[in-house]
Write a protein that binds this ligand. Structure first.
Ligand code: ADP
Ligand code: MG
Length: 408
């Protein structure tokens, strides 16, 4: 009986008993119906439970933790919340969605604590006694070490894109930050995938969590039209050009290295396309301007590395082109999750050369566990690992060894 009631309530946000300001804000943001991960998370999180949430990209995880978090800040005069994300861009995106939920008239101050930005500006935000802090682990630690930031009354903690934070080596930073926080708190941990290391961490950080999982976090969003194009190494760039010619709308092209992003953006510009590049070595204000120009559709093609593009929510991206395959199979799913956000349609394309068929097989089986293998003459990849299989169990856990990842 209670379950049925809950389901009815979750058909509409405004039946949840949220603070009126939040209802208004959601209306303004045109969020009327919760997405499945939101429907499953919000009632438990409003009740104060810890959450371990996993869902594929673009399913609305930000509001899944954001709505209960904002509801709690608005209805209590004390307490504060800390949200950690792996990259600066993601932190910026998350804080702006949370600020929108707080509403324009809110008295609640916020602070964005990310690397690459001036300390004085962040100190100014911190002096205003912010009750909502969003940032990346490195900079949050800097502020803690310098005594600029207190977390003793921070009773809500969110770890967003936790799989990525761990991949990027943030584990010890996160542990240090947790030491500054009260033991009695609500912790919400979100991740697109749930490899073993996340499950372990969740046992350590979370207290009797509700586990919410929607669909398989490892299958790409459903409305993506996915194509594979066989190319030779020498003909790859020409194929890209003709693919760009037949496509309309914004495109993100993934390449392997930072250097390759810049080189390709330059070549595409020479060929008459509007393109720019993003990678982890750009200065922060450059990264921001590249992104905001892309967001505002000032140019059409963004060439990116994996780290720079993780979690980005730019609704108008229509096509994802995988010029190079990622270092890590799971990144492929995150890449193509940049399109078809929130129920829109999108296309993804992958250029495969004979050299990377084996890698492609692994990625393909991660998305479609029953997919047959393609024939290949290359056994290097197999031999490097156990020798028995291509290093991937059917559930995809094994491939999760991501090497050569660039830092954000
Ligand atoms: P994820 O973190 O799961 O990758 P996001 O939280 O970034 O996904 O959300 C993806 C997109 O869906 C965003 O543009 C967001 O504004 C939109 N969105 C989220 N929840 C809703 C909702 N309930 N109704 C309409 N749009 C939503
Ligand atoms: Mg997200």
């Amino acid at each position: 009986m209670r379950l049925i009631l809950k389901r009815e309530i979750m058909k509409h946000f405004n039946l949840l008993g949220l603070p009126e300001a939040l209802n208004q804000a959601l209306l303004h943001m045109q969020f009327s119906k919760p997405t499945p991960i939101q429907a499953q998370t919000i009632p438990h999180a409003l009740g104060g439970r810890d959450i371990l949430g996993s869902a594929q990209t673009g399913t609305g995880k930000t509001a899944a933790f954001g709505i209960p978090l904002v509801a709690r800040l608005l209805s209590n005069s004390r307490g504060s919340a800390l949200v950690m994300t792996p990259t600066r861009e993601l932190a910026t995106q998350v804080i702006s969605q949370l600020q929108a939920m707080l509403g324009k008239r809110s008295q609640i101050k916020t602070a964005l604590l990310i690397g690459g930005e001036s300390m004085p500006n962040q100190l100014k935000q911190l002096r205003n006694r912010p009750r909502l802090l969003v940032g990346t682990p490195g900079r949050i630690n800097d502020h803690l070490q310098q005594g600029n930031l207190m977390l003793h009354d921070t009773d809500i903690l969110v770890l967003d894109e936790t799989d990525r934070m761990l991949d990027m080596g943030f584990t010890s930073q996160i542990e240090k930050i947790l030491k500054f926080m009260p033991k009695k708190r609500q912790t919400m941990l979100f991740s697109a995938t749930l490899p073993n290391n996340i499950v372990k961490i969740s046992e350590k950080y979370l207290n009797n969590p509700v586990h919410v999982a929607v669909d398989s976090a490892l299958s790409p969003a459903k409305k993506i039209q996915h194509d594979v194009l066989r190319v030779s190494e020498g003909g790859k760039y020409r194929s890209l050009l003709s693919e760009l010619d037949v496509r309309k709308g914004s495109v993100i092209v993934f390449v392997k290295t930072k250097y390759a992003t810049e080189k390709m953006a330059k070549e595409l510009s020479k060929a008459g396309h509007d393109a720019d590049a993003i990678h982890g070595d750009l200065r922060q204000n450059k990264r921001e301007s590249v992104l905001s120009n892309f967001r505002n559709q000032k140019y059409r093609i963004l060439v990116a590395t994996d780290v720079a593009a993780r979690g980005l929510d730019i609704p108008h991206i229509e096509h994802v082109i995988n010029y190079d395959l990622p270092h890590c199979a799971e990144d492929y799913i995150h890449r193509i999750g940049r399109t078809a956000r929130a129920g829109a349609e999108g296309s993804a394309m992958c250029l495969i050369t004979p050299e990377n068929i084996e890698k492609w097989n692994i990625i393909n089986r991660l998305m479609n566990p029953n997919a047959p293998n393609e024939k290949t003459n290359e056994h290097r990849y197999k031999r490097k690992r156990s020798g028995k299989s291509s290093g991937l169990k059917s559930n995809g856990k094994k491939f999760n060894r991501c090497i050569n990842r660039e830092a954000a």
